[in-house]
Write a protein that binds this ligand. Structure first.
Ligand SMILES: *Cc1c(COP(=O)(O)O)cnc(C)c1O
Length: 385
């Protein structure tokens, strides 16, 4: 449905006091999880990755939606992110990607039944020696990312040692791919070979942990052989593609929109400098609309003069430097725009869409960064359809 009143589908849900906000379509997330699951064997589990507040979408709402759509695991990066899910009453198993080192962290992991990642005997011992009951731990293996994890050549010996420790159980063995989003398959193939060989060796030895997992979104879409027992899905469940060549594999629906209100409109003569530094100067009599969103809300200042906003399903150029709380758009060709009208920075309006990928490309970054810098100052407003 188009938006010729400038109100948008969530107008009834958006209090008129809102200056700027994020809309999250949980129905899109549900459909994305279901579509990705159809790419998996029935026995392969879906881990919904909701770190960084669900990639800016709201971790608790995303987790609940993904679980109801068939995910059976959740993953977060930090202890606080895991506790937030437990405090919301979520009971699903939660993997903690980041290691937990100090005693207080270890106690909190146990108290909230989070499942930590360990990368060394020392990490595992800390949990064992805390004596807090059987803690499910996940052994991370470095097969080529060179970030976290025991070297793949040492993983078998380490696992055999950890298996003898009291109070810990190895629930999974996992590794992370460094270049799964690249068209070049060589590095991924090497990491896959190392991981697959390790898993086969442990199987033969009779010590394979119940779960082995390797794939992120990109590998899940591109390489079915990397699925093993579970896939760890972040970006794709939010409806975005880790690389454009993966669009053929599955149809995904972006769940997030960013909207803000026009709060002031005036017409200025040609030659008028606009905003800090006068990085834009008008070339004609120009109707300028001030929109109440800025870099303090997570709109990258480096996008100044480089993006469009949607107004009534049409693109309006953003002009002048984006400031902390406001920025300007040129609505000269949209004479009926009014103060209080809603504009779309990211998302769909009528037949036009501005994608996270478009911003990422202009900024020389990846969609992940655009999503995760959206500020908590923007309230998240959820729809279920
Ligand atoms: C963030 C993360 C993922 C999810 O990656 P996507 O590309 O968003 O699917 C998977 N595994 C680990 C270890 C991660 O840190």
């Amino acid at each position: 449905m188009s938006n010729h009143q400038g109100l948008g589908w969530a107008a009834d849900r958006v209090p008129s006091t809102r200056r700027a906000w994020v809309e999250v379509d949980l129905g899109a997330i549900r459909r994305n999880v279901q579509a990705i699951r159809r790419l998996l064997r029935p026995s392969t589990q879906f881990m919904s990755v909701v770190k960084a507040d669900g990639y800016g979408h709201g971790a608790v709402a995303v987790a609940r939606t993904a679980l109801s759509a068939g995910a059976s695991w959740l993953a977060v990066a930090t202890l606080e992110e895991g506790i937030q899910l437990r405090q919301a009453g979520i009971e699903a198993p939660i993997l903690l990607f980041g290691p937990t080192i100090c005693k207080k962290e270890i106690e909190a992991v146990a108290e909230h039944r989070l499942q930590p990642t360990v990368c060394s005997l020392d990490h595992a011992r800390r949990f064992s020696e805390a004596g807090l009951g059987p803690i499910q731990i996940h052994l991370k293996v470095d097969t080529g990312m060179s970030r976290l994890g025991v070297a793949w050549q040492e993983a078998q010996d380490l696992l055999n040692t950890i298996r003898l420790l009291p109070n810990v159980t190895v629930a999974s063995l996992y590794s992370h791919l460094a270049t799964a989003d690249a068209a070049d398959p060589v590095t991924t193939a090497q990491q896959f070979e190392r991981f697959a060989r390790l898993v086969a060796m442990l199987e033969k030895q009779g010590t394979r942990p119940p779960l082995a997992h390797l794939a992120n979104s990109a590998a899940t879409l591109a390489l079915p052989e990397t699925h093993f027992d579970l896939v760890r899905i972040g970006l794709a469940q939010y409806g975005l593609y880790p690389a454009s060549h993966l669009q053929e594999v599955v149809v995904l629906h972006p769940a997030l929109s960013v909207k803000a209100r026009i709060v002031f409109i005036k017409t200025v003569p040609p030659g008028t400098g606009v905003s800090y530094g006068h990085t834009f100067r008008t070339g004609r009599p120009t109707r300028l609309a001030t929109v109440s969103i800025g870099y303090g809300d997570g709109i990258p200042r480096a996008l100044s003069n480089r993006i469009d906003f949607l107004v009534r399903g049409r693109r309006a150029r953003q002009v002048g430097t984006i400031t902390m709380d406001q920025c300007l758009i040129d609505v000269t060709d949209m004479p009926d725009t009014f103060e209080g009208e809603i504009t779309t920075l990211l998302g769909q309006d009528g037949d036009e869409r501005i994608s996270v990928a478009e911003w990422a490309e202009r900024l020389g970054t990846i969609p992940y960064e655009i999503l995760t810098v959206l500020s908590p100052r923007l309230p998240r407003i959820f729809s279920q359809d």
